[in-house]
Design a protein. Sequence first.
Length: 191
Amino acid sequence: MPHLKAYGLAVLSLVLLAFAGTASATTLTSPAGTAYTGTIKGTSSKITLTNSSTFGTFQCEHSEIEGTPSSHGSGVTAVAIVGKWTFSKCTGGKPTSPVAKPGSWEFHLTTAPNATWTSNGSEWVWHETLVGTCIFITKNTDLGTLKGGTPAKIEIGASPLPQESGNFFCPSSATLGGSYTITSPSTLLVS
């Protein structure tokens, strides 16, 4: 019987080692097969950043983004440092544009050439005359899906941005929705 236990443990150890060797990795590529390290730029003409407070809904309809990959490849998550994230054509209250703290994005491979898009440390400061100042921040917030292609697109679900601080008139979250078209590079894929 002790030999059977030892044999079982040995088999289990080999199985665990086999799975440990397959660490997940996400690489942003452009063109296919070539790691992309340049700036990723995108624009949207149908983005909404909505803050529903006691005094109404405030909305922005245009946005531009830029980020530069800081890590990706074998055994690591693809991370991009945000260089620009602006909003314009706002009605009602107005967020600080560009965002107060850009933060970073992560891309997690789902099915090639696509990935989930998350944001960490991006901070929006929203000013409204009657409400005051409300601050929203991403904390590993799932924003949507990067759909690789020519051009690539980012589809955003109604992603809640948690409130970091503000007075009691501030809502508990703001909502980001819409999509971005990646304008640079012309092709962006995830593998």
